[in-house]
Design a binder for this molecule. Sequence first.
Ligand code: PAF
Length: 299
Amino acid sequence: MLETVTTDMRTLHAVADLRHAVRGWRRSGLTVGLVPTMGALHDGHLSLVRAALRATDRVIVSIFVNPTQFDNPADLETYPRVMEADARLLADAGAHVLYAPTVAQMYPPGFATTVSVRGVSEGLCGAHRPGHFDGVATVVCKLFLQSQADAAFFGEKDFQQVHVVRRMAADLDIPTRVEACPTRREADGLAMSSRNRRLVGPGDRERAGALPATLDDAARAIAGGQPVGPVLAAARARLLAAGFGDVEYLEMRRAADLAPLAALNGQPARLLAAAWLAGVRLIDNVPVMPAGEDVRALP
Ligand code: PAF
């Protein structure tokens, strides 16, 4: 199978080659980290690579634009694909293997298995993107089994995804540890995302900063004792006034299991939102802190 070398990093396309590399590392007593991605890498992804390099001896980064998690064919079609630039970033970051399987390798003819996680995948993004989390759980399950990684690193920007993947690994007795890493943000607070590069209309990128600002302010208001319902209604109105076309959801959930929460009641909570701006779907979430503490200060 094709194998290219970029500095010390190897690019592998076949699961047999990945397994061979992992077997070699294991024979030498090395631990293995996995950073699953769909490419179009930004500093959020690279921070996951850095976390993996700190925690494990050898780091695999997968790049696979997974068709089964796209509920919208146009979104799949236009998803940014910049493999050469990604490979250079990963080599510079010190990743050991870039694993880039093809769709035919991941889903060969006759493929018939879906991993479906109930509970935490329901509501929020799950309610608006039918089949999305089945696609995520299935591909991440395959990546865990293919890589046999000791730990896998995910960004908290996709807070619900972290819950789905953790549940999947626990339920299927897959020994890969799921590590959640803090969301990386631009200077104005916008969560880093491969989709941000689609915000190309005049003023769109600036308007996007209203999403984290609105969530931060709402989280502070709730932590300060204001009632959840009116605070969330005002936050929704603020996003629409800022130019967002649609707010799919803006909700408070219990951080531990994503159960809906109508009031804080002293439990660690999270505000989560998905909203459309100029045809781009943005998601974000922030912790709800006790009064007086800085929302951004949470680990
Ligand atoms: O977060 C993503 O980029 C994807 O959902 C993931 C985890 C790589 C699965 O395709």
